[in-house]
Structure formats: structure tokens, C-alpha cells
Ligand binder design. Structure first.
Ligand SMILES: [Zn+2]
Ligand SMILES: [Zn+2]
Ligand SMILES: [Zn+2]
Length: 189
């Protein structure tokens, strides 16, 4: 893809290199993590991590503020492995009502998956087919183990992908390039 050198950050007076969605990298990340392009002003004794989290220093130890807020609400330190999720995805909104304490990373990932499904299809139960990339009703999708071992797919998409995979392997073994016949075979419904 050609790079358009005329693209500029849409923030007035910003001369930084274009990055994504109309912004330079800095402004893009501010919008992504905080919802607007305003400069983040850290309070005394605090700062921002590279991921846009407000970090607080206490007795020489730094902790993300959302973790501190969650710990305060729970009245104890968060157990290891626990992830704190921002409901509105704005990482500087550390209002306790905006935070969900997830027992582990897997739970947090499911939360994000459901949010994506809801955004895309208005239904949090919809699942993504990792072959064709489309979302569909759960009854049309087969979930098989972890995302590494296939995740969720349309059965017909998975069949096609498996067929393609085996055919490619076979060709590789034989040291041959795929012919048109092979390609047709791979795309067969
Ligand atoms: Zn900018
Ligand atoms: Zn999250
Ligand atoms: Zn599919």
C-alpha cells in the first residue's frame, strides 16, 4: 500500500508524523486510551505509563491508580493474576463504577471479546469466526479449545482451512507449487 505523505495529524498546530485514524501516534493513543486529545496532566507524585495508565508512587513503589482504586474498594490487596478492566475503555477514568475486577487474563479477554461482538452486532453473545473474521450467532459457530488450537470458527470455514492446510503441507512435502486445480480444490465449499 502506498503511503500518503500529505496526511497530517488533525490536531491543530500538531506537526508530528501521521500515525492512524487522523492522528499522530501521541494524539492517537490519547484518544484511544483517554477519549480525547487533551494533554494528560499528572498530579504531583504521579505519572503516566506508556500504556496510558495513571501511575502513583507510594513509598518508592509505583502502582497503577486503577489497581489502587480497586484495592481500596475491596479493602485488600488484589491477588496475583487479577486484571482490572475499564468499562468505558478510558484508562484515565478510574471511578470505581468504571472498574471491573477480573479473576484472570482469560476472563478479561472474554470481556473484551463480548464488547467487540456487541459493538459489531449489537449482541454480546455473537462469536467471531477466526477463519473468515466475521461474527455470527453462537449456534453457527463451533468453539474448539483455545484460540491457538483453532478457537471459534464456522464449521465450513474450518473445514476449508484444514483442507488448505493439508494440501499445502502435501505440496511442500512433494516440493511442488499449487496448480489451479489445487487452488480450486482448496476453495471448494
Ligand atoms: Zn498530533
Ligand atoms: Zn479491559
Ligand atoms: Zn467463517
Amino acid at each position: 500500500m502506498a503511503i500518503d505523505l500529505n496526511l497530517k495529524c488533525q490536531v491543530e498546530g500538531c506537526a508530528k508524523i501521521y500515525y492512524c485514524k487522523g492522528y499522530c501516534r501521541m494524539h492517537y493513543e490519547r484518544v484511544r486510551y483517554h477519549g480525547n486529545t487533551d494533554r494528560l496532566k499528572a498530579e504531583r507524585g504521579t505519572g503516566y505509563s506508556q500504556y496510558g495508565y495513571n501511575v502513583v508512587m507510594i513509598n518508592g513503589i509505583s502502582k497503577p491508580r486503577h489497581v489502587l482504586v480497586a484495592e481500596k474498594a475491596l479493602g485488600k490487596e488484589l491477588p496475583k493474576g487479577v486484571v482490572v478492566h475499564h468499562i468505558d475503555e478510558n484508562r484515565s477514568n478510574n471511578d470505581p463504577r468504571n472498574l471491573v475486577v477480573c479473576p484472570d487474563r482469560g476472563y478479561h479477554q472474554i470481556l473484551h471479546k463480548r464488547m467487540r461482538a456487541y459493538e459489531a452486532y449489537g449482541n454480546a453473545n455473537y462469536l467471531k469466526c477466526y477463519c473468515c473474521g466475521k461474527y455470527d450467532a453462537p449456534e453457527n459457530i463451533v468453539v474448539s479449545g483455545t484460540s491457538k488450537s483453532g478457537g471459534s470458527n464456522h464449521p465450513e470455514c474450518k473445514k476449508r482451512r484444514d483442507r488448505e492446510y493439508h494440501l499445502r503441507k502435501k505440496l511442500e512435502r512433494d516440493g511442488r507449487a499449487p496448480t489451479i486445480r489445487h487452488i480450486l480444490e482448496m476453495n471448494k465449499e
